[in-house]
Ligand binder design. Structure first.
Ligand SMILES: Nc1nc2c(ncn2[C@@H]2O[C@H](COP(=O)(O)OP(=O)(O)OP(=O)(O)O)[C@@H](O)[C@H]2O)c(=O)[nH]1
Ligand SMILES: [Mg+2]
Length: 361
């Protein structure tokens, strides 16, 4: 599909809980679309700044922007502004937006406002929600599971569900995961996906490039329960300058940092911890979701040399101050004396969501 710049920009919103695989899918989708001649922009989102995801998208050479310090719904004017900026600078035919993983009620607070107030600018694709098959199998959507109310609502409002991490579960288990998803949302289109073997990716590309638009009505929501579910998580973002000297094995370092979370927290409580390490000789992105550590991307050699930088983003079920203290201790243990300075650090629990718009009729 090739659209002229005078046409509406197709806005594809890909939400879903922390660690479900949004950034992995979005960057892959953007590269695929770019490769087939579609001009694409990406908008990332987080409750804080210094984002690993944005650094990653930029490192891949994708036109990207971020809305930091709150979700798209609470910061709708900033979201719109960033979209307009990207449209002015990059003239994209499509914008792919990743809302923060602890955000829901997007139909009422982002999709509807775009459709009602900015219908001349945007064509809004059906709301896509990514759901981690492992989290479904191990926790379900029980109110008492990690952010259960919030994750169930995200799924309820989905128009396209991308059930991710198919490579990590057996066919029988995937069938069970599908049944659990269907109990909450029987209507959505469902794609079983793996970023590792490419399963389901063609269906995601097809949905992205179709002309079908979002039509789903917003779902009821209790904002107190939503706020409680969101506030279960402590958030930590930190950036520090490092001196790797003659050379440090970056994989070892990343692994040790992320394994520090597994040593301190029950795995279900590690929603997503991610790090980006960069130096004069390399760059590395690693993640831990529920204690499962993986290398997401690497550039250059395995060995970090000279001056460098470490960014840590962690979202863990914890009091935020305790999370910060634990991370400081972990970093001190792993990095020894080489921390030159902590350039920025932030730890907090998200405030109750207060959407700028909420349109339900
Ligand atoms: N095995 C496997 N790993 C995956 C798959 N999709 C994503 N991952 C891994 O899961 C981790 C989290 O992926 P992200 O794409 O960063 O998740 P996210 O939803 O953007 O997370 P937040 O930005 O924290 O909300 C990374 O280590 C990915 O490599 C998949 O299909 N299979
Ligand atoms: Mg992400």
């Amino acid at each position: 599909m090739v659209k002229g710049i005078e046409m509406k920009v197709r806005m594809i919103i890909i939400g879903g809980f922390l660690g479900a695989g949004k950034t992995t899918l979005i960057t892959k989708l953007a590269k695929e679309l770019k490769g087939s001649g579609v001009n694409v922009g990406i908008i990332m989102n987080d409750q804080a700044d210094s984002l690993v995801d944005t650094q990653y998208a930029e490192a891949l050479g994708l036109s990207s922007s971020e809305v930091a310090g709150g979700c798209f719904c609470c910061q709708f004017p900033v979201f719109l502004n960033k979209a307009e900026e990207l449209i002015d600078t990059s003239k994209p035919q499509m914008l792919i937006a990743e809302p923060v993983g602890s955000c829901t009620d997007l139909l009422a607070t982002v999709v509807a406002p775009l459709q009602v107030l900015y219908s001349d600018m945007f064509e809004v694709a059906p709301l896509t929600i990514m759901v981690d098959a492992i989290r479904v199998l191990e926790e379900g959507f029980d109110r008492h599971s990690v952010s259960g109310y919030l994750r169930a609502h995200q799924l309820e409002e989905a128009e396209l569900v991308v059930l991710s991490k198919a490579d990590l579960v057996s066919l029988e288990d995937m069938q069970r995961a599908v049944e659990t998803v269907r109990k909450i949302n029987p209507e959505a289109k469902l794609v079983i996906h793996s970023s590792v073997n490419g399963q389901g990716f063609a269906d995601v590309v097809k949905a992205a490039t179709s002309d079908v638009v979002s039509t789903r009505r917003p779902k009821d929501i209790d904002y107190d329960l939503y706020a409680q579910a969101e506030a279960e998580l402590g958030w930590y973002n930190g950036t520090m300058a490092l001196d790797f000297g003659q050379g440090t094995d970056s994989y070892d370092l990343g692994k040790k940092i992320l394994e520090g979370f597994s040593a301190r927290y029950p795995k279900g409580n590690i929603a997503h911890a991610k790090i980006m390490l960069s130096s004069e000789s390399n760059a590395l992105k690693m993640s831990s979701v529920r204690g499962m550590v993986s290398v997401d991307a690497a550039n250059g050699s395995r060995i970090s040399e000279g001056k460098g930088k470490l960014t840590v983003n962690a979202r863990v079920v914890s009091n935020p101050e305790l999370l910060r203290d634990n991370i400081r201790t972990m970093l001190k243990e792993v990095l020894g004396i080489d921390v030159l300075s902590l350039e920025s650090e932030d730890s907090f629990a998200p405030l109750p969501p207060k959407p700028f718009h909420r349109m339900v009729d």
